[in-house]
Design a binder for this molecule. Structure first.
Ligand code: 5AD
Ligand code: SF4
Length: 457
């Protein structure tokens, strides 16, 4: 892939668009990796002369960046496409869809059959070709389908337009080799590809210079990151230590690691690096050794607990968050009790709970012992009640403490208040002068509420 070529297309489209005051809107589904991809798409579009609008009717280009990890997204996408068909007919709006769903054959077939007005379809491996695709649509008004089944290369050197000016995310690797049996990601994002450590460090240095304070390192499986040796970095722990040295950055987070790759050197790096937040996301998925085996997670209940306890011992002030799926095929009430047991033992800071959703093409979808919907929902509600009672209890522990808070801006619900987050990612709302925004300050916590803490300076 030739980046220069795409930069040329950016220039060409920019010339065609000059003086036309064109706008784009981008609708992003799914995880932080997709959000980060959308920032890259925005960067390309803005360099081609489009400015961002939240208002779909004003847009000359509409982009849907899709996710296919769980259900609903498909219905949502097709609903939205129905809405914009008329706009395209009336004012020639360019419609483009990209993201994980575009790597699924049954979705592409459906778009070709029932939504053939879509101008550009591009996949997860061809994001960087948007300038060329757009150029061809503008000049030839032909429909473009630009999807690669094989893994794309790691592309460097294209522009990016970030959504926030205090927190930024930096993708360090793409794809996944694990094939957990419920998960579609390895099929739509391909095999693991790590970025050159030099490129990662350059990007973090660059955002630090722009004034960003927090960086989140992103990847489907960050702790299997493999550096090519540049800057002496070959693995994730070394990358963490290098990022920790970058002046200006005050906080480092990362998602998602896999418990099976949580080696001692990673634990030590988290402990040693003062900027690395001590809230670690450690996806459990299930607490039952039987289910974990069928999920192909490569650890048992006991091994997970051992790892979590080891981390707690070695890293002072460690808190954990997790992902849990309820209702995976074959899950019995007894298996589910094991999940509850782990949740009770670990006392997570945050639990992201999901009802198992069948994904076409995954082994889980072919299993015959699917759990009835009502059982899934009953278990989900039980887990939710446990988690909420734990969060409630945990929040109480914050009252009376002083927390280091990165002040992010004005509160969305109340213009008078500022809002920020603790190291453990709890939202703290408080009254204070605007010039605190972008600083890490110590705030006494005076009261707790389900989804935020109240501070007073
Ligand atoms: N059904 C439900 N949840 C899923 N996840 C991934 N695939 C599925 C699925 N088929 C959840 C996992 C993962 C998170 C990002 O999404 O918990 O960690
Ligand atoms: Fe999916 Fe498992 Fe890979 Fe995570 S590690 S992206 S859950 S296959």
């Amino acid at each position: 892939m030739n980046v220069e070529e795409q930069l040329d297309f950016i220039e060409k489209v920019g010339k065609i668009n000059a003086g036309k005051n064109l706008k784009y809107t981008i609708y992003t589904m799914g995880c932080q990796l997709n959000e980060n991809d959308s920032e890259k798409i925005s960067g390309m579009l803005e360099n081609m002369g489009y400015s961002k609008t939240e208002n779909m009717e004003d847009a000359d280009v509409i982009i849907y960046n899709t996710c296919c990890v769980r259900e609903n997204a498909e219905d949502k996408l097709f609903g939205k496409l129905g809405e914009v068909k008329k706009q395209r007919e009336q004012k020639g709006t360019i419609i483009a869809i990209c993201g994980c769903m575009m790597q699924e054959k049954h979705i592409i077939d459906k778009i070709k059959k029932s939504y053939n007005f879509v101008d550009i379809i591009f996949g997860t491996h061809t994001i960087h070709k948007l300038p060329e695709d757009l150029y061809n649509v503008i000049c030839n008004r032909k429909r473009i389908m630009d999807i690669l089944d094989i893994d794309g290369e790691v592309i460097e050197g294209l522009p990016i337009k970030r959504n926030d000016n205090i927190k930024a995310s930096v993708t360090i690797m793409n794809g996944c080799n694990n094939f957990c049996s419920y998960c579609i990601v390895p099929y739509v994002r391909g095999r693991e590809r790590s970025r050159d450590p030099q490129d990662v460090i350059n990007e973090v240095e660059d955002i630090a210079k722009q004034g960003y304070k927090e960086v989140t390192l992103l990847g489907q499986n960050v702790n299997s990151y493999k550096g090519n040796g540049n800057l002496g970095i070959t693995k994730f722990s070394e990358l963490l230590r290098a990022v920790n040295k970058i002046p200006g950055i005050e906080r480092i987070r990362f998602v998602s690691p896999h418990p099976k790759d949580f080696s001692d050197d990673v634990i030590d790096a988290i402990r040693d690096c003062d900027k690395v937040c001590k809230l670690i996301h450690l996806p459990l998925q299930s607490g039952s050794t039987n289910i974990l085996k069928v999920m192909n997670r490569k650890y048992t209940k006991e091994q997970y607990l051992e790892l979590a306890n080891k981390m707690k011992e070695r890293i002072p002030g460690l808190t954990l968050s997790t992902d849990i799926i309820v209702g995976f095929p074959g899950e019995t009430d007894e298996d589910f009790e094991d999940t509850l047991d782990v949740v009770r033992q670990i006392n997570y800071e945050q639990v992201y709970m999901f009802i198992y959703s069948r994904r076409v093409g995954t082994p889980g979808d072919k299993m015959e012992n699917q759990v009835p919907e009502e059982d899934k929902h009953r278990r989900f509600d039980k887990l939710k009640a446990l988690v909420e009672s734990q969060i409630d209890e945990n929040n109480k522990k914050y009252v009376g403490t002083v927390q280091k808070v990165l002040v992010e801006g004005k509160s969305k619900n109340n213009e008078e208040m500022l809002t920020g987050r603790t190291d453990s990612n709890k939202v703290v709302n408080f009254e204070g002068p605007e010039d605190l925004i972008g600083n890490v300050i110590e705030i006494p916590i005076v009261s707790e509420h389900m989804w935020y803490l109240k501070g007073q300076i």
